[in-house]
Design a binder for this molecule. Structure first.
Ligand code: ADP
Ligand code: MG
Length: 272
């Protein structure tokens, strides 16, 4: 990713409140973000801070009350064909084989029409990229959690996305599988120049994969801090990384009135 890369996604002063029993609950206020081509951005925040809400807005699944999201200079008005999503749950359809699940990603609304042959090629190359070419005929029930998440990633990749939006996709996986998935995500974004926004509540995951870390904080939430890690070694004894981690922890502490975050590697649920 070059320093002069263009922005592929922009959010400008986005605000959103949920309405519940005539009450208004403001969740995001005046949130702005610029994502460059090929950039991997991690969005960190406590559980309940509005990360999934933000991602749904960036995915065009929900309109903000005010502000706007633009992709390639066009205002987003619904799901975009060049944007892929991945959630904690791989959401594979149990009655379809893995191969058919991946192909299913190509029949989304607004997806560009492609020939049968190209569809086949895209599915095969996506399965190969995630290392599941030998499991194409399996049904989701015969896949481990990690394999199912690889399948979900393949379903995104077959669509040749320009941007991946990932909502805590690895948080249900064991540590080894999680680390393999983080590496896979990095190689995929690098190989295709795909930008990604990875929502996570794991500081170390953010520090391992991101070019830039954004902390969502406050109530309603907005940008509480950003840290640029472009070009940094991810070795755990890189002093800059150690310093950044400390800085993020301190920003988290400042954003909270209690002192729950003594060692917040994992930002779990906070009492209201
Ligand atoms: P996070 O992903 O960071 O855990 P969410 O975006 O899911 O946070 O939620 C932010 C806040 O908005 C939470 O307090 C949550 O309870 C509330 N919320 C989320 N979705 C809805 C909804 N559809 N209606 C009402 N409140 C919601
Ligand atoms: Mg969430």
């Amino acid at each position: 990713m070059g320093a002069t890369a263009t922005n592929v996604l922009e959010a400008q002063s986005v605000s959103l409140s949920y309405r519940h029993k005539r009450e208004n609950k403001p969740v995001l206020r005046d949130f702005s973000l610029q994502l460059k081509a090929g950039e991997v951005l991690a969005v960190l925040g406590f559980s309940g801070s509005g990360k999934s809400t933000l991602l749904r807005i960036l995915a065009g699944l929900r309109s903000p009350d005010s502000g706007k999201v633009t992709i390639g200079n066009k205002i987003l008005s619904g799901p975009h064909p060049r944007v892929g999503f991945m959630f904690q749950d791989p959401c594979l359809l149990p009655w379809l084989t893995l191969e058919d699940n991946v192909a299913f990603g190509l029949s989304f609304k607004r997806q560009q029409r492609i020939s049968k042959q190209e569809k086949l090629e895209r599915v095969q190359s996506a399965l190969q990229e995630v290392g599941l070419e030998d499991s194409a005929d399996r049904y989701p029930s015969a896949l481990s959690g990690g394999m199912a998440q690889r399948g979900a990633l393949a379903r995104c990749l077959a669509r040749k996305p320009e941007i991946l939006l990932l909502d805590e996709p690895f948080s249900a996986l064991d540590a080894v599988t999680r680390s393999e998935m983080q590496q896979l995500l990095l190689s995929v974004t690098k190989n295709h120049g795909t930008a990604a926004i990875l929502v996570t509540h794991d500081i170390d995951e953010a520090l391992r994969v991101a070019d830039r870390v954004l902390l969502l904080g406050g109530q309603p939430a907005s940008v509480a801090g950003t840290w640029d890690l472009t070009g940094q070694s991810r070795s755990t004894n890189n002093p800059m990384l150690v310093h950044t981690r400390r800085d993020i922890v301190s920003a988290l502490r400042n954003g909270r009135s209690d002192s729950r975050c003594d060692m917040p590697g994992y930002l779990t649920a906070v009492p209201a």
